[in-house]
Write a protein of this length. Structure first.
Lengths: 270, 981
């Protein structure tokens, strides 16, 4: 790997116990120019330097422990019991953390947006309002200054979850707004707020919240899957766009919106 | 025994789970309970409760037996007059309980031992004055007595005693190895086969399911050996010689076909196609492994397998379907040295979920079958849980509705896997256990799950016996095992062979692998158990899920176990492969099984069956000329078999692994597709096309045409999506009824002959299959009147094709106004068995019977045009004929279509619109591309029939009328909600 510049960040992607999006997440980081490593949870617990040697820590999507006892709950408890100190140190450094879907649920369960790591929560993610799993593409908007979201305000990404509805008590919600921690919100196709209405807001999340950051912006937890939107052909409207481009004798861009996020993270370290 | 219960009470009213069929207007609190049988300090109990309790929405309480609830608890649950409790029966997989147990073990750094456990249940607090019978009627709607226990408590009873039910398995029979004297008379042999081996109290333990010739062959063998068989030996033979494992009907000497229809029609088709393809043969491993394998590219193979899981799903729809999916995933993990599952598919043949008929397995309204709605909800939830939790995309599938599936639903589950062509310099699809290799069982432990799955009855179940026959899969245990094996240990070359434990459990997996080595010796006492007390024969044939069997050279044992541990996966050495030609098993010092391999695998006598000529019941088609075509068109689009599939497609994660190219819902109008495309390697342009074909309503008119139509549809849908006949393979799933009836056998023979004729005409080899021959329900209606409900003979054909470049994918939605609309193929008066005649409550006479030789030429021409990038959208015609296809194309693109069918004046409008003649594809083409497109298809029956319009309506002109169907009305009809799903 000697051809990579020395500032190339190392990424630690957690795997195992039902997490399942690690390979596509690794691909996205690799394409963005990082050195991305997959580490089974048990290896990281046994060797915490696998975490501390990295600049970026990622919990990818999946179904850790089958969502039993609540999405993300069991794995969050395991990380809390075995990696609390390593995580705390990681957060105090100028490093980045990303939780996607199940990873988002785990970061929220660990209280990383407010007081964490902690087992007591003041933000919850719970069952979608309509009570079903929902897999669809959604439009998102950000006004956050998070390094993860630099340089892009609109995103088109897929969600796939049964428990994606943020529940936040009023006072905490006001604080999240004040501290600019609301990273991504579901919007209608025209960019206006979804106002809780399905399907633009796919889960009934309060204030159309799709993702939060911590106060520094370096920790991002989001329910949509940027790693499933790194190529244009992955989009659900690709066949139509392909036809339109062909008629206009144009090339479609190869990359899709999710790629911005991974590139922004690499840029942060360059 | 220490018992306490953690109860999680919602702070405000929360929606009830879908399976709780309670009146929504009643005030009901749903409380989740975890009953623990482990001594913990009060502080530990609080910590555990806190960790199990969802933040902000619930409060946790701890309750002890024989202690009345305190006022705080009573305030939290609110006013109630009844409590309904639903939990699992002893021994039934409780995945949430397992997770809670692991959380506690992890947090407290202590293991649960012996009788210590965690058991979940659901409590419903009802605030309504109900009589005992009303409360029990509500209770009965909420649980399945085959896997669950339910109890109704009056408030005062609940508060006073609060006995905490603990569904522990208690097995009291002593362990014994029993030799059975085989009866000398035929009646005695048949009675033994149908009732099974008696236990030590004389109660038969479930049938062996063998016919008289097989029983006689067994008797002859053991008479010659001079030692009667053990229970385990008989059970092993029953498993190995079962219809399920040996496909006795497909292998039977049928009429003049001595070597059976499987060899004559299915296998021979593939052999001839492979020979004809020569250097272009893309088959790699067909029929003999857990799945069929074809070439993906120079470096990779893909394998495919489609299973049926009908009987279990009829009794426990959720458990049956989830086990179907995770089971077929294991077929993929057990293909070659282990393929990575990259795609799931499903298929359901069901009754209308609103069908309110009640069916019972016993008279007097006893042993009810699940309702049509419960079956539909359960199987969808099962496929959702199995696929989503395993991180495998579920892209392709269908739901087909007909009242004939009320007695026995069909549940199809398929998985496509990806495997390197070579691992450590050797072909990865080949495996061979060697003498001296250790037998290692990996994954979960063994319980009484799935013993005699097909033949059990509910009387065997009570609180002291575990629910044996019904399994519930545990996707996460399997996912960890799959990750460890496929993403790591396989490529370290640590094992020489691998097979999954499915039907027949260890008896089947070790029995198969012992053929590779030449024998095996198993120590059944070394097999880890979920609870003590299993008989050796039960350990041997248990179908407990999430297990694979490996052959591991002794020098690799440590490395293998170390790798498993890193992934939190368990493994156990339970024996060794040998080369002495015998399958042997011991329990401690006793010999339990000693069977020569050749008798075990080749000793089953071939069945001899004959067919009887069919008398086809044709009914004249009723007069259709007075029908209102506009009204019928809209009515068709809202039929369950044609309407939108958003309610299921959005519940199945089709985006995980990030390879989805053509999705289950296409276009801005989100129309269900007949074919989907997936790119399994994101740095490789190749992609996999999957599609399916199934037309059971044609069977009783023309079983040959039915099979031909299914093959044609599966292939044609893949062609429409951009595929090519040069790299397409097929899988067959025959689901038949009353398969010993000579008339049904005649239909089977015709359908199998069609498989040969069509596969060879298209040059699309069969690579794998699975049959299910007895899909009949015999029972009682609610008036205790005997009733038999049989499925129509059903053949599912699944197509898997390799697309050389994903950029060639063609979606079904009309895209750009001004594009031309073309119809490829000919339309005939073939309304027999059509969806339209079902709407008209008739069956008709002439079902479609395509000419595959001609159609193969049309498809090759179409592929040339699609490879040149000339096609903007394409969709194969299927149920509902041209009308449904035009509507779907328009709804998907949210464009209008202006269609002129004046040239088809020889056909009546109903035939023109709704005939399901095979071989047809509707496509749209940019005007600039039209000359090239037409040139490619010059030798085919292609016709330009109209244009895509901005005007949002379908305007259809025929020789007799002009129809105007506003797009909005069509879309509304198509998107008719499906209640309860």
């Amino acid at each position: 790997m000697s051809f990579l510049p020395s500032c190339t960040p190392e990424v630690c992607i957690l795997t195992g116990y039902g997490l399942n999006c690690e390979q596509e997440t690794q691909l996205a980081f690799t394409r963005a120019g990082a050195r991305a490593h997959l580490h089974p949870i048990n290896d990281v617990i046994a060797t915490p330097t696998l975490l501390s040697d990295a600049q970026i820590f990622v919990i990818p999507g999946g179904f850790s422990y089958g969502d039993h006892t609540g999405a993300g709950n069991a794995l969050a408890c395991r990380l809390f019991d075995h990696l609390q100190e390593a995580l705390r140190r990681f957060l105090t450094q100028d490093k980045l953390v990303l939780g996607i879907c199940n990873g988002c649920q785990i970061l929220i369960r660990l209280g990383l947006m407010t007081n964490g790591p902690s087992i007591k929560q003041n933000i919850a993610i719970t069952t979608n309002t309509h009570g079903r799993y929902e897999c669809r593409w959604v439009s998102l908007k950000t006004t956050s200054k998070s390094p993860w979201l630099a340089g892009q305000s609109l995103f088109y990404l897929p969600v796939a979850h049964g428990e994606g509805r943020f529940v936040v008590p009023d006072q905490t919600l006001a604080e999240l707004h004040t501290r600019h921690q609301i990273a991504l919100r579901y919007v209608a196709e025209d960019g206006t707020h979804a106002q809780g209405v399905f399907p633009a807001n796919p889960n009934g999340s309060v204030d159309d919240i799709a993702g939060l950051t911590d106060q520094t912006g370096r920790v991002l937890a989001l329910m949509p899957h940027p790693e499933r939107a790194i190529y244009t052909h992955q989009r659900d409207d690709w066949p139509l766009r392909k036809a339109l481009a062909r008629r206009a004798s144009k090339q479609l861009p190869q990359e899709a919106d999710g790629m911005h996020l991974f590139k922004a993270a690499i840029t942060y370290f360059s | 025994m220490t018992v306490f219960r953690i109860e999680l009470v919602p702070v405000s009213a929360s929606p009830l789970p879908f399976w709780a069929h309670l009146p929504r207007e009643l005030p009901i609190r749903h409380v989740q309970a975890y009953t623990l049988t482990k001594a913990l300090s009060p502080a530990q109990q609080r910590t555990i409760a806190e960790r199990l309790c969802p933040a902000l929405s619930h409060r946790s309480f701890i309750r002890y037996p024989q202690t009345s609830p305190d006022s705080d608890y009573l305030a939290a649950v609110g006013r109630f007059s009844w409590v309904l409790e639903i939990g699992f029966l002893p021994g039934v997989t409780d995945n949430t309980g397992q997770t809670a147990r692991q959380m506690i073990e992890d947090h407290l750094a202590t293991d649960f031992e012996g009788t210590q456990g965690v058991y979940t249940s659901d409590l419903f607090f009802l605030d309504a004055e109900l009589s005992d019978s009303q409360a029990h009627a509500y209770l009965a709607r909420c649980f399945n007595p085959l896997i669950q226990r339910g109890r109704a408590y009056r408030a005062e009873h609940y508060c006073a005693k609060s006995a905490l039910a603990v569904p522990q398995v208690k097995l009291t029979h002593r362990i014994r190895i029993h030799r059975i004297d085989l009866p000398a008379d035929d009646e005695g042999l048949l009675a033994l086969s149908s009732q099974g081996i008696p236990d030590e109290t004389g109660i038969p333990q479930g049938g062996l399911g063998l016919d008289l010739p097989a029983m006689k062959a067994i008797r002859a063998f053991f008479t010659e050996r001079g030692l009667p068989p053990t229970d385990a030996e008989l059970e092993t033979l029953a498993q190995t010689w079962s219809e399920h494992c040996k496909h006795l009907i497909f292998s039977a000497h049928l009429d003049e076909i001595e070597n059976g229809i499987y060899h004559r029609y299915i296998k021979r088709a593939t052999q001839e196609i492979r020979a004809a393809l020569g250097d272009d043969d893309f088959c790699v491993s067909v029929f003999h492994d857990n799945a069929g394998g074809i070439v993906f590219d120079r470096d990779w193979l893909i394998c495919d397998k489609v299973e049926t899981h009908n009987s279990p799903s009829a009794l426990d729809p959720f458990g049956g379907a989830i086990t179907g999916i995770v089971g077929v995933n294991r077929d993929c993990i057990g293909f070659g040295l282990g393929a990575k599952p990259v795609l799931n598919r499903y298929g359901f043949c069901l009754a209308d979920p609103n069908d309110s008929s009640e069916l019972y397995r016993q008279p007097g309204q006893k042993s009810p079958l699940p309702s049509a709605r419960e079956i539909a909800q359960g199987v969808i939830a099962g496929v959702e849980a199995g696929g989503n939790q395993s991180g495998i995309p579920t892209n392709q599938g269908f739901i087909y509705v007909d009242p004939a599936y009320r007695g026995k639903p069909l549940v199809f589950a398929g998985t496509i896997g990806l495997l390197p062509r070579n691992i450590a310099g050797k072909p990865a699809h080949e495996k061979k256990a060697r003498p001296g290799d250790l037998i290692v069982m990996v994954g979960g432990k063994v319980g009484k799950d799935g013993i005699h799955g097909a033949t059990f009855s509910s009387q065997q179940l009570d609180h002291t016996s575990p629910a044996g026959a019904v399994q519930i899969g545990d996707p996460i245990t399997q996912k960890k095992m799959s990750d460890a094996l496929i993403k790591e240990l396989r490529d370290q070359n640590l094992y020489t062979s691998i097979t999954d434990n499915g039907a027949g459990g260890l008896s089947s997996s070790i029995g198969e692998m012992a053929r590779e080595a030449g024998g095996a010796l198993v120590h059944l006492d070394k097999v880890p158990l979920k609870y003590p007390g299993l008989q050796p024969w039960e350990i041997w044939i248990s179908e407990s899920q999430e297990r694979m069997t490996l052959a591991v050279p002794p020098e690799n044992k440590d490395a293998l176990f170390k790798g498993l541990e890193r992934h939190g996966v368990s493994g156990w050495v339970i024996g060794m492969f040998t080369d002495d030609g015998h399958l042997r098993a011991r329990y401690q010092k006793q010999i339990v099984i000693d069977l020569p391999m050749d008798f075990l695998h080749d000793g089953v006598p071939q069945k001899k069956l004959t067919t009887a000529p069919l008398s086809i019941q044709t009914q004249p088609t009723p007069p259709l000329d007075q029908r209102d075509m506009r009204e019928d068109w809209l009515a068709m689009m809202s039929r369950l078999n044609l309407r939108g599939r958003e309610f299921i497609a959005t519940r199945l994660d089709h985006e995980v692994q990030a390879g989805s190219v053509l999705k289950p819902l296409q276009g801005v109008g989100r129309v269900a597709s007949h074919a989907t495309i997936t790119r399994p390697l994101l740095d490789n342009p190749r992609a996999i096309i999957t599609s399916q074909g199934l037309f059971p309503r044609y069977s009783d008119l023309d079983a040959y045409g039915m099979a031909g139509s299914a093959i044609d549809a599966a292939i044609r849908h893949a062609i429409a999506a951009g595929g090519s006949l040069t790299s397409m393979a097929l899988l067959d799933n025959f689901c038949w009824c009353s398969s010993e009836d000579p008339h049904r056998l005649a239909q089977l023979k015709q359908a199998a002959r069609a498989c040969y004729d069509y596969a060879t005409a298209y040059q699309t080899p069969f690579i794998s299959g699975k049959d299910s021959m007895f899909n009949d329900f015999s029972g009682f209606d609610k008036h205790s009147k005997p009733i038999k409900v049989s499925i129509p003979p059903t053949l599912l054909i699944s197509c898997v094709a390799v697309l050389s470049d994903y950029r060639r994918a063609i979606s079904l939605d009309a895209k750009i106004p001004g594009d031309y609309v073309y119809l490829l193929g000919e339309t005939f008066d073939e309304l027999g068995g059509s969806e339209y005649l079902a709407l008209c409550e008739a069956s008709g006479s002439q079902a479609p019977c395509p000419d595959p030789i001609a159609l193969a030429g049309h498809y090759r021409a179409f592929t040339r045009a699609s490879e040149a990038g000339l096609i903007a959208s394409a969709l194969g015609l299927d149920l509902g004929g041209l009308a449904a296809c035009l509507a779907r194309t328009a709804i998907a693109g949210q464009c209008g279509l202006c269609i002129d069918l004046n040239d088809f004046s020889a056909l009546s409008d109903p035939v023109l619109f709704f005939s399901e003649s095979a071989g047809r594809i509707l496509c749209t083409v940019a005007p600039d591309d039209a000359p090239d497109f037409e040139a490619h298809l010059a030798d085919t029956p292609i016709q330009r029939i109209g244009t895509v319009t901005q005007d949002p309506q379908l305007k259809i002109r025929t020789a007799t009328q002009t129809l105007h169907l506003p797009l909005g009305e069509l879309t509304t009809a198509y998107k008719t909600p499906t209640p309860h799903l």
